[in-house]
Every structure is written in structure tokens, then in C-alpha cells.
Design a protein around this ligand. Sequence first.
Ligand code: HEC
Ligand code: HEC
Ligand code: HEC
Ligand code: HEC
Length: 223
Amino acid sequence: MNRRITVVVALAFTSLLIGFYQGSQRAVAQDAPLLTSVSHAMLAVSDNTAKYVGSKKCKKCHIKIYKSWAETSMGKAFETLKPDAEAEIKLKFGLDPKKDYTTDAKCLECHTVGYGKPGGYATPNAADKKAVRKAKALEGVGCESCHGPGGSYIKLHKKILMTGRTYTEEEMLASGLIKPDESSCMKCHDGRGPTKPEKPFSFESMKDEGTHEHHPLKQRADS
Ligand code: HEC
Ligand code: HEC
Ligand code: HEC
Ligand code: HEC
């Protein structure tokens, strides 16, 4: 098989697997030997730098979490910057409700994913369709705002999915995945924004309800 065909076949397997994963974890485990060789073919063509990939890439495998996150105010934080959105709050804090803040560098750091970092949010040129699509996937406070850039750990997640094997927390952290703690939130909830929250920030009460639905992990050996 030439390289291009190998890649196409590997990609086809991945989508198939994601289907299995969402239905039953057992189906994945039974097919493991064949799939391990496929995963090596994929690793050979993937990128090694820790870039932001966008929340849509996580949706494929973490569909319930994605959907519940999309409904949170952080999932919609880019909408807030549009003219007429949250007009009352903007007035209260001396912001202009008619102004379009979606291109304002002073707002994007906390209302998008990875602003100014490699592969992170950048205001696209409207004529560049690819850049527009990329920026769209990085709007709001996304998965990688709290869990770190996916470019490093997404390959490990694919491997865990494909083999059905267990893994340890240590292995996850070594791959670059961040287990969010209070300091992850404080990058933005540190009072530098132009608005003031109704309640003071509390990690303990907000980490479960404010972020997304939480589900027990099935393949983690030490959880
Ligand atoms: C990249 C910046 C960023 C990070 C990191 C971040 N947040 Fe937020 N958060 C925001 C922004 C911006 C909003 C307001 C969204 C809106 O309404 O437009 C928000 C809103 C919220 C809200 C809604 C209630 C409120 O105060 O308005 C909760 C709850 C929350 N964040 C919890 C957390 C927790 C818990 C963490 C860490 C695990 C965290 N956030 C990390 C930027 C961030
Ligand atoms: C340092 C991070 C940070 C920056 C920079 C920032 N914000 Fe925010 N923003 C937040 C956080 C965190 C919240 C959640 C509520 C809070 O803590 O006030 C928020 C909430 C808001 C809200 C209220 C949304 C709601 O539904 O309650 C508006 C409006 C808003 N920001 C607009 C802006 C605008 C416009 C700019 C740029 C001029 C900006 N923000 C810059 C972090 C930031
Ligand atoms: C505002 C911060 C924040 C955002 C955004 C966020 N998470 Fe989380 N995530 C957390 C926190 C906090 C935990 C719990 C960590 C703990 O229990 O110690 C968590 C836990 C998880 C877990 C472990 C299992 C579970 O259900 O608790 C998975 C999987 C996960 N997140 C995936 C995602 C995906 C996928 C997205 C995007 C659709 C996302 N997260 C967006 C903060 C965030
Ligand atoms: C190809 C499928 C796939 C993709 C894509 C994927 N993951 Fe995962 N992820 C998994 C699997 C499988 C697990 C292990 C789940 C379990 O044990 O139940 C996992 C576990 C996790 C955990 C929990 C780790 C721990 O041990 O605490 C987090 C957090 C997480 N993923 C976040 C993300 C984020 C953020 C993205 C997007 C940048 C992403 N994942 C993309 C399949 C995937």
C-alpha cells in the first residue's frame, strides 16, 4: 500500500472506531490487534508540536461533554463580544453595547482559545475560508482553554480508544493533558476583565457545574 492509501484507510478506521466507542467499549477491545498496527500508520503522519486543534476535534469522542459545554456561558463567550449581546451588563460596566468587540485584542485573550499562541485563535481575514473555519473552532472558552493544547495529547487518546487498554493519570499528564485546578481558571477569572461577577469566583463550587457534565472514566486504571 502506498502512504496516501494507508492514511485514507487509517482515517476510515478511526471514524468506524469512534462509532464503536460511542456505542460499546467492548467492540473496540475485540478488534485491538488489527487496530494497533493501524494506529502506528497514523502516528507516522501526525504532527508532533503542541498546537491548538479546536473543540470540534474533541467532540467526535467526547460528544456528551461537548454538548453540555456548548450550552455553558464559557462555550458561548465569543457571542458575548458581538454588538447588542449582553447590552445591560455592558452598559453597567462602561462598555459600548453597539460596539463589535470580536476583533478587540483586549477581549480575545479570555473569550477565545489560545489567543496569540501557536495554532491558537487569530482574527481571520474574511476572504480566507480556511482561516475563518479554523477561527470558528477556537471561539469561546474551549476544551483546550482548560485542558491545554490538544496537539500533544490527542494522539494518545486515539491510541487508548483504538486499543481499548487502560491508562494511568501519570501517562495522561506526561502527554501534556492538563487536569484543571484553580490556577487554570485564574488565568482569566483574576479580575482583569472589564466586568465584575455577581458571585466571587469559587473553584470548588464552579468546577463541576460551570464547566460541563462529568462522567466516570472507563479506561483509567487508577481512578
Ligand atoms: C480562557 C479564559 C477562561 C478560563 C481558563 C476559565 N474561564 Fe470561566 N469564564 C470565562 C469567561 C470569558 C466567562 C464569561 C463568558 C460569557 O458569559 O461571555 C466565564 C464564565 C464562567 C462561569 C459562569 C459564571 C460567571 O461567573 O459568569 C463559570 C461558572 C466559570 N467561568 C467557571 C470556570 C472554571 C471553574 C474554570 C477553571 C476550571 C474557568 N472558568 C476557566 C473565561 C475563562
Ligand atoms: C482577563 C480575562 C478577561 C478579559 C481580558 C476580558 N474578559 Fe470579559 N469576562 C471574563 C470573565 C472571567 C467573565 C465572567 C464573569 C466575571 O468574572 O466578570 C467575563 C464576562 C464578560 C461579560 C459578561 C457576560 C455575562 O453573560 O455575564 C461581558 C459582557 C464581557 N466579559 C465583555 C468583555 C469585553 C467587551 C472585553 C474586552 C474589552 C472583555 N470582556 C475582556 C474575562 C475577561
Ligand atoms: C472551563 C474549564 C473547562 C473546559 C472549557 C472544559 N473542561 Fe473538561 N474538565 C474541567 C474540570 C475542572 C474537570 C474535572 C477535573 C477533576 O475532576 O479534577 C474536567 C474533566 C474532564 C474530563 C474527565 C471526565 C469527567 O467527565 O470529569 C474529560 C473527559 C473532559 N473534561 C473533557 C473535556 C472536553 C472534551 C471539553 C470541551 C468540549 C472540556 N473538557 C472543556 C474543566 C474544563
Ligand atoms: C479519538 C477519540 C478521542 C479524541 C479525539 C479526544 N479524546 Fe479525550 N479521551 C478519549 C478516550 C478513549 C479517553 C479515556 C476515556 C475513559 O477512560 O473512559 C479520553 C480521556 C480524556 C480525558 C480524561 C483524562 C483523565 O485521565 O483524567 C480528558 C480530560 C480528555 N480526554 C480531553 C480531551 C480533549 C480536550 C480533546 C480534544 C482536544 C480530546 N480529549 C480528544 C478519546 C478521545
